[in-house]
Every structure is written in structure tokens, then in C-alpha cells.
Design a binder for this molecule. Structure first.
Ligand SMILES: *C/C=C(C)/C=C/C=C(C)/C=C/C1=C(C)CCCC1(C)C
Length: 242
């Protein structure tokens, strides 16, 4: 029987490194967000709770993913997408929560969740069942991504933020919108590294897929949470407007 799985992390296994770093970073971020809940105004606690849940769900999945990687040396695709299908909708909830005070309707949340489910289900199909046509499924998946992108850059979410007349909220909203544009764009690059069929598979080694996804997760899940945290702290210090 193998003792500690951790003992089998080999030197030079950079993908394995990022799985280990990722799981600790998610855990640390979770503790931080949960503990900080008590230091912000009551109406921001749910937002911080959701930030902590996002990194918590990721921490648990990273725990499984790193073992999977160590044992099999292949992508833990199922754990990856189960993680995303829980955490990405929660990121949509974050948008909804900060815009709620300015009149966001629940329909906006459902629309964003529908886009993200479309993006992730079709992305999963492209990585697994229809791997031979991963490029087509990647393109179909990108439509969902564009839907979310449109919502926060030009659509009703953007409009609500604009009309809020609240510079603190607008700053946070705009930063989150940049996360969607730049941070989320990291993922399709990883996807294009898919072995043999990926558009970038000639340039990127297949193992870059997991490294790129892991970097994307760290930036987006922890970064997103920190933006929410700093919004909550600023609003607690100057609660005047909403
Ligand atoms: C915490 C996890 C996050 C923020 C995951 C985000 C994932 C994406 C934005 C994935 C996007 C994809 C495409 C736009 C096309 C190719 C397939 C995907 C699923 C990798």
C-alpha cells in the first residue's frame, strides 16, 4: 500500500506542483474569506460567504485532482468540470449580489447561469466525448462565454452598474468585468492545448492544459474574491450610498 500520496510528487512534475500550490492557496483563501466575514458590514457578508464557498469548493476538488494527477498522470477532467459547474454559477451570483441593491432582477442571474452552463457542458463534451472535434465544441462553448462577456460589458448588468452612481461599486464591477475579459480568457488557451487535436497542440505540450487551467483558477477564484472583499471593506468604511 502506498503511504502518503504526497510522497510521490516527483521533482520536475510541474503540473503536480501547480496542483499542490493550488489546493493550499484555495484553502488559505477560504479561511481568509470566512474569517473576514465578521469584519464587514452585515449586508456584505453573503458576498464574502459566496467568495469563501467558491474557494472552498475549489480546495476540495484540488485535493482530489492532485491525487488523480499523481496516480494517473492524466488530466482530472471530471473533477475539473464538476468544480467549474459549481463555482462559475457562484461567480454569477456575486455579480447579482452586488447589483441587487441597484435593482438587478433574478432574471439576470438565471441568464448568466444559463450562459455558463452552456459554456461548461459543451466544453466538457469537447474534452471528452467529442475530443476529435474539440475545436468545434470549443467554438460552441465560446458562445456561452461571449454571452456573459456581453452582459457585463454592454448588457443589463453594465447598465445597472452605470446607473448606480456609486463609484465604489462601479470600480469593483469594472474590475470584475476585466476578470471576465482577461482572466477567463486564460481557459480557452488551456483548452487549445488538448493533445493532438487542439489548435495550439503544436506549440503547447499537452501538460500545459492543466498548468494553464490551474493558473486561471488561482487568478480568477482568489482574485474575484479579493475584489469582493475590498468592495465590502470600502463599503463598510463609507456606507453612505447603499
Ligand atoms: C473557477 C473557474 C472558472 C472561472 C472557470 C472558467 C472557465 C471558462 C471561462 C472556460 C471556458 C471555455 C471556453 C470559452 C472554450 C473552450 C472550453 C472552455 C470550457 C475551457
Amino acid at each position: 500500500m502506498k503511504a502518503l500520496l504526497a510522497a510521490t510528487l516527483q521533482s520536475g512534475d510541474y503540473v503536480g506542483f501547480t496542483f499542490f500550490i493550488g489546493s493550499m492557496a484555495m484553502l488559505a483563501a477560504t479561511v481568509f474569506f470566512f474569517l473576514e466575514m465578521k469584519s464587514v458590514d452585515e449586508k456584505w457578508r453573503t458576498s464574502l460567504l459566496v467568495s469563501g464557498l467558491i474557494t472552498f469548493i475549489a480546495a476540495v476538488h484540488y485535493y482530489y485532482m492532485r491525487d488523480y494527477w499523481i496516480q494517473n498522470g492524466t488530466s482530472p477532467t471530471e473533477f475539473r468540470y464538476i468544480d467549474w459547474i459549481l463555482t462559475v454559477p457562484l461567480m454569477c451570483v456575486e455579480f447579482y449580489l452586488i447589483l441587487k441593491a441597484f435593482g438587478a432582477k433574478i432574471g439576470l442571474l438565471w441568464k448568466m447561469i444559463a450562459y455558463s452552463l452552456w459554456m461548461l457542458v459543451t466544453g466538457y463534451l469537447g474534452e471528452t466525448v467529442f475530443r476529435d472535434s474539440s475545436a468545434i465544441w470549443g467554438a460552441i462553448s465560446t458562445l456561452g462565454y461571449l454571452g456573459i462577456f456581453y452582459e457585463v460589458w454592454f448588457g443589463s448588468a453594465k447598465q445597472l452598474s452605470k446607473n448606480s452612481n456609486d463609484p465604489i461599486l462601479q470600480r469593483a464591477f469594472n474590475t470584475l468585468a476585466w476578470f471576465i475579459l482577461v482572466g477567463w480568457a486564460i481557459y480557452p488557451i488551456g483548452y487549445m492545448a488538448i493533445e493532438t487535436d487542439g489548435i495550439l497542440s503544436g506549440v503547447l505540450s499537452p501538460s500545459s492544459l492543466d498548468i494553464i487551467y490551474n493558473i486561471g483558477d488561482a487568478i480568477n477564484k482568489i482574485g474575484f474574491g479579493l475584489v469582493i472583499y475590498s468592495l465590502a471593506v470600502s463599503k463598510t468604511a463609507s456606507p453612505a450610498k447603499a
